[in-house]
Design a protein around this ligand. Structure first.
Ligand code: FAD
Ligand code: UDP
Length: 391
């Protein structure tokens, strides 16, 4: 056990980034690690648990689909869990019809109401792109239209993006939309990574296994800012909380979106037939519905199901920050925070909140493994300075 006062390393935040560092430190170098977590559970936003009313395992912060192409990250996680062969498919409900998402040949045929060969579909979309006369796209709307043409953009992207970001798509960066592929074949899979699946016994169990070490002490329900005075000067700290909060918002607050989940247990075995159904239309307030039982078709669940309707809005200081908005002024502000973070010699900033970046789980784990290898392990093994993670 490593109380804060006598730990070799203090980790703030028990999400994927923090727990990866804690696990490496405890199990490879035998360091005594104190993990401080504000919430009453470990695992950060990827935490999952069995819902007592339905018996279904829910992802408390929305469906988390694991996918990656990194052999290193995959091998690392497989030390703690096996994975199911779950493959993610998403559907989208537009004007009373259901279509496959991301946009693929099936979506195009259904939407335009006739059959297209791949070549005919390419020709149709190219014609629509040409009609839109967009030169060099410099915002999300122009980028999307330059990829799929205006009709598909208006049906499936415009309304969803407005609801999700509460910002005009013409004011959003084009990169957001390039996360979604467009395919001129019938491949409707959401991800195209080398590895995909869900932890067989759930994320919750995976985190418990990662944190299981006599050298790791996790304090739940403890905010770092209420105990930082107890940490002896010079103790190395890995901080995965919000970077602007660390510096008491001295350069202003960074912009985030938060989510509200409306939970409903239903006395039916299946509500929507898939794990995630998107709602792009303006007249529906939520962006999507998660039905968690579909994440584990291999399990025998009972006759009840549980769904979460997901609503998106700007985060105030008291809200959980989920998605960095990353406007130009956010970027400028973050540059100031990053310079301040560089000046903290015994604090390494990491993870989604600590580096103000949208990170998928595999990216958070990959960044933590790099920070371990390049910064923290050399600090303990050869007294190298603990620099800020450049990941
Ligand atoms: P977090 O998981 O946020 O962990 C940070 C922890 O630090 C939190 O537990 C927080 O409570 C704690 N903390 C903060 N401040 C303090 C403090 N002052 N004191 C103590 N503790 C503190 N990724 C995928 O790969 N696939 C998906 O399908 C996917 N879906 C997502 C859906 C949603 C709705 C969201 C929001 C994210 C999704 N992600 C997905 C991303 C995934 O959640 C992140 O990659 C992952 O959570 C990052 O881990 P992290 O450790 O950086 O941050
Ligand atoms: N998007 C959309 N319609 C959809 C799904 C996604 O317009 O049905 C857009 C939206 O702007 C979103 C982006 O594509 O922010 C990235 O989608 P992704 O599913 O990766 O978002 P996440 O699950 O991370 O919220």
């Amino acid at each position: 056990m490593a109380p804060i006062e006598s730990a070799d390393l203090v980790v703030v935040g028990a999400g994927f980034f923090g727990l990866t560092i804690a696990e490496r430190a405890a199990n490879t170098l035998g360091l005594r690690v104190a993990v401080v977590e504000r919430r009453n559970h470990i695992g950060g936003n990827a935490w999952s648990e069995i819902d007592p009313d339905s018996g279904v395992e829910v992802h408390r912060y929305g469906s988390h689909l694991f996918h990656c192409s990194s052999d290193e990250v995959w091998a690392y996680l497989n030390k703690f869990t096996t994975f199911t062969d779950y493959r993610h498919f998403v559907y989208t409900a537009h004007k009373g019809q259901i279509y496959a998402m991301p946009i693929n040949l099936g979506t195009i045929c259904s939407y335009f109401g006739r059959s297209f060969t791949p070549g005919e579909a390419v020709a149709l979309i190219e014609r629509q792109i040409a009609e839109s006369r967009i030169g060099n796209p410099d915002n999300l709307e122009e980028k999307a239209i330059s990829l799929i043409g205006r009709p598909l953009y208006e049906a499936f992207i415009q309304g969803y993006t407005k609801k999700q970001w509460q910002t005009d798509p013409r004011e959003l960066p084009p990169e957001i939309i390039t996360r979604l592929p467009v395919r001129f074949n019938f491949n409707a899979r959401y991800f195209s990574d080398k590895y995909e699946g869900l932890p067989t016994d759930g994320y919750g169990q995976l985190f418990v296994t990662m944190a299981r070490s006599a050298n790791i002490d996790v304090a739940l329900g403890v905010d770092y800012f209420s105990i930082r005075h107890r940490i002896p000067a010079g103790t190395p700290i890995v901080y995965t909380g919000a970077v602007d909060r660390f510096f008491d918002y001295r350069f202003g607050a960074l912009g985030w979106r938060t989510l509200d989940f409306e939970r409903q247990v239903l006395n039916i075995p299946d509500y929507q037939g898939c794990a995630v159904l998107n709602y792009p239309d303006d007249d529906v307030a939520f962006t999507r519905i998660h039905e968690f039982r579909h994440l584990h078709p291999e399990r025998k669940y009972g006759d009840k199901t549980i769904i979460f309707r997901e609503y998106s809005r700007f985060a105030g200081r008291e809200d959980e920050p989920y998605y960095p908005i990353n406007t130009a002024s956010d970027r400028q502000r973050y540059d100031l925070y990053r310079a301040a973070a560089d000046g903290e010699s015994n604090v390494l900033f990491g993870g989604r909140l600590g580096t103000y970046r949208y990170l998928d789980m595999h990216q958070a784990i990959g960044a933590a493994l790099s920070a371990w290898k390049n910064n923290i392990e050399p600090y303990f093994k050869s007294a190298a300075p603990l620099k800020r993670s450049s990941n």
